[in-house]
Design a protein around this ligand. Structure first.
Ligand SMILES: [Zn+2]
Length: 385
């Protein structure tokens, strides 16, 4: 029995493309908007069945709730220039009609207010702020239909929420913990996943492979690194690896809630929230996402599992957190993504206490191939998940 979808009903806004679509006025989707359209169409963003209208948008900004009070922390919007008539429009991506939107309203919005409320900053160094500033001047709200799903890249293993639920049911899992990631796995990730898995039936490793930011590792490499880890160190019948093609917003606490709700729609009963979840730079406190989710916990159909920062402790001779180990910093090794990337680029080795050798083989080859010029962007610390 998988989790009930957020809001009670799993949205299905997929449809076969009608002939009349050719005659509709057209609006063009960006790559990010097309990803969001797919998420909306397949029910990953339930209860949303379209791009937010103004009342919902305003409420999401102010209270992290839709107009009817349902928790929802990130705007899912379509932007354009100028006014758009209230009627059905074809949605075009790369010259192809991939869906439709029944436009209800178009409005001018305040990008600083959006950035401040959702990201907690208007600083242009924040990738989420830059994303907002790159949008059109007006937002268009209305229900959507998804006609065509995008082609999967070679490394992707996408699931719709319905497919994931069918797989979990087929495995006989009554409880499933979801893990969001945009990084290759190190031992701290493995520790969190396995601690969680000890208490539930199954683990859904669900890396986000949509648009991320400069300095993030190639999604294909992350997937191959996970394959290497799961093959060797996990029980086959207890883990599913699927990809989530959705844009990353780097909204920290708000995005942690969003990630939890999306995984609930995928059927997860539990969701791992680590240190600085969906954070970037130093914009959010290490455990700000934990505190934020706790405010909504009673209203969620998915149980957040809060984890502290994990490290290898030489005195304990194992992975631990501040909750389970009392030793000094000097005997602790911290498997940070930044440290691992730096070592890889310099051709150095990383201890297998921090990264499994099978995983290191995959990521070292990738990192060596990168130019030294990318060192600068990679030094921007990214969150723990
Ligand atoms: Zn210790």
């Amino acid at each position: 029995m998988t989790a009930e979808p957020h809001g009670g009903t799993l949205v299905d806004a997929t449809a076969s493309r009608p002939d009349e679509a050719d005659d509709l006025p057209a609006l063009t989707l960006t790559d990010d908007e097309y990803m969001d359209l797919e998420m909306l169409g397949t029910g990953a963003y339930s209860p949303l069945d379209g791009f937010l209208t103004r009342a919902d948008f305003d409420n999401v900004l102010e209270d992290a709730r839709l107009d009817d009070g349902t928790p929802w922390s990130l705007p899912v919007v379509f932007s354009t220039e100028g006014d758009v008539p209230n009627q059905k429009h074809a949605l075009v991506h790369d010259g192809e009609i991939v869906g439709s939107v029944d436009v209800e309203e178009t409005w001018l919005y305040d990008e600083d207010r959006w950035a401040r409320e959702v990201l907690g900053t208007t600083d242009d160094d924040h990738p989420g702020v830059r994303r907002i500033r790159s949008l059109g001047e007006t937002l268009v709200g209305g229900t959507v239909e998804l006609y065509v799903e995008s082609e999967e890249a070679g490394y992707e293993r996408r699931y719709t929420p319905r497919e994931a639920r069918a797989e979990f049911d087929g495995n006989g899992w009554h409880s499933v913990v979801g893990f969001q990631t945009r990084n290759p796995p190190h031992r701290a990730h493995e520790h969190l996943q396995k601690c969680a898995l000890e208490t539930v039936d199954g683990l859904f490793v669900h890396p986000l492979v949509g648009s991320t930011k400069e300095g993030d590792m190639d999604p294909g490499v992350r997937l191959h690194a996970y394959d290497a880890l799961l093959d060797e160190y996990y029980a086959d019948d207890r883990v599913t690896l699927g990809t989530l093609k959705a844009p990353m917003r780097y909204a920290g606490p708000r995005e942690a809630l969003f990630h939890a709700l999306v995984r609930q729609n995928y059927g997860c009963t539990h969701f791992i929230v680590g240190r600085d979840h969906a954070g970037v730079g130093d914009y959010y406190g290490s455990y700000e996402a934990h505190d934020y989710l706790r405010e909504f916990e009673d209203e969620l159909g998915v149980e957040p599992l809060y984890f502290e920062y994990a490290f290898y402790c030489h005195a304990c001779d194992g992975m631990a957190t501040a909750k389970t180990c009392s030793h000094d910093d000097e005997v602790r090794d911290n498997p940070s993504g930044t440290k691992i990337r730096r070592a890889g680029r310099r051709g150095e080795n990383v201890s297998e206490k921090l990264v499994r050798p099978e995983v290191w083989d995959v990521i070292r080859d990738e990192l060596r191939g990168e130019s030294a010029g990318s060192e600068k962007t990679a030094s921007l610390r990214t969150g723990g998940s």
